[in-house]
Ligand binder design. Structure first.
Ligand SMILES: C[S@@+](CC[C@H](N)C(=O)[O-])C[C@H]1O[C@@H](n2cnc3c(N)ncnc32)[C@H](O)[C@@H]1O
Length: 369
């Protein structure tokens, strides 16, 4: 086992956001199969070697900024918690299970598009990219691309750091010849990539329609931040979910087995751990439905009864039926996609879709700054 754990750059090293006080730190946990063990270097990058266990590494979410974000969301008139909190280790496993559900079409259809148009995708993108997987999860989609794209380096980013490391461990068994780096980070807080990431031919891979978690305005800002992280030889391969029949959308986010409900409810346990909250899961119910006026799926947690939740630094009374908004997933119409990309500094080069036009995979090149 030669995986190293690189923490870059860690300005604060206290055990928890609560103990750490008000200063804001950036935490990245990096798993790098090429970087040798080193002492702290000039960039503030240092390696802990060897390790197969991240239990004592600070969680990328264990920061005062995250505690403040959760506090603000819980105190807001319409309570809201970012979907990034759906993904602790169990949440990532539940998402994998969701991808197996007949109702959850996005994963299946995106994979089918990649399989059917693989050669064309490879032609458009070209070999030797620095493939940067945003929210890599189990890295399965990137693995399917490796034989097509022959990347020079694979860089997987995910907030669910332990889950990501296990995925990269497995991937390295299959693709030992590819240089791989895993970064456990919250890319909504930090997108500047550390020096281990090659600057040449950066291809941001953002599958799974995760861009839909942002409002269109936020999506443009996020994509523009990606554009700022690459040169004019950079690009973007992005999966975007398309508007379709409401019943199909509703079922995809509220399945018969209740797996999506478990995924949503698990967020409460994650928040309990992060900020010492006392959410009781049985007091909450999952809601997932398409809001046609906003062109987005909404997921909420609804209080089944009047209750009070407390956490470090705050508390709130919820009336029966009151909700916490936990996810949006915006659905796009095909003609809007080119504009979204162009306004973010990318030019759509090619769009692939399925015969029913339920999902789009788009390759876009960085526009000159
Ligand atoms: C919908 S899943 C997609 C997983 C995989 N890319 C796929 O397409 O099947 C979203 C992934 O993004 C990660 N994620 C969500 N918010 C994130 C954030 N702010 N920073 C880093 N990763 C994030 C989650 O942990 C999860 O693995």
């Amino acid at each position: 086992m030669d995986l190293s754990i690189v923490k870059v750059p860690v300005e604060l090293q206290a055990a928890s956001p609560i103990e750490r006080g008000p200063a804001v730190g950036k935490n990245i946990i990096s798993y790098d199969n090429k970087k040798p063990p080193t002492l702290p270097d000039a960039l503030g990058v240092y390696t802990i070697m060897p390790s197969t266990n991240t239990a004592d590494a600070p969680h990328p979410l264990a920061t005062p900024a995250i505690a403040a974000e959760l506090h603000a969301g819980l105190q807001a008139p319409g309570a809201a918690i970012s979907p990034k909190f759906l993904y602790d280790a169990l949440g990532s496993k539940l998402f994998e299970a969701i991808c197996e559900l007949p109702e959850y079409y996005p994963t299946r259809i995106e994979a089918a598009i990649m399989e059917r148009h693989g050669a064309d995708i490879a032609r458009a993108v070209g070999p030797g990219a620095t493939l940067i997987d945003l929210g890599a999860g189990n890295c399965a989609k990137a693995a399917a691309l490796f034989p097509l794209l022959h990347p020079a380096q694979y860089v997987a980013l995910d907030i669910s750091a332990d889950f990501l490391r296990d995925a990269i461990d497995r991937l390295r068994q299959r693709f030992a010849h590819i240089e791989m780096t895993g970064l456990g980070l919250d890319f909504s807080q930090q997108l500047e990539l550390p020096g281990v990431v090659r600057p040449e031919k950066r291809l941001f891979f953002y599958p799974g329609s995760s861009i839909g978690n942002f409002t269109p305005t936020e999506a443009r800002a996020f994509l523009a931040r990606l554009r700022a992280q690459c040169d004019t030889d950079g690009g973007l391969l992005i999966g975007i979910d398309l508007v379709k029949e409401t019943a199909i959308l509703d079922a995809a986010y509220d399945d018969d087995l209740g797996v999506t409900a478990a995924f949503n409810l698990n967020l409460l346990r994650h928040v309990n751990r992060l900020v010492g909250a006392d959410f009781q899961v049985p007091q909450w119910r999952h809601l997932g439905f398409f809001n046609e006026a906003e062109s987005r799926i909404e997921m909420h947690l609804e209080a089944r009864e009047a209750l009070t939740v407390t956490w470090h630094g705050g508390s709130r009374r919820f009336a029966a039926g009151e909700r916490i908004h936990t996810e949006n997933s915006y659905k796009y119409r095909q003609p809007a996609i080119a504009g979204l990309l162009e306004q973010s500094g990318f030019q759509a080069v090619k769009l692939w879709t399925d015969p029913q036009q339920w999902f789009a995979l788009v390759y876009a090149r960085a526009l000159p700054a």
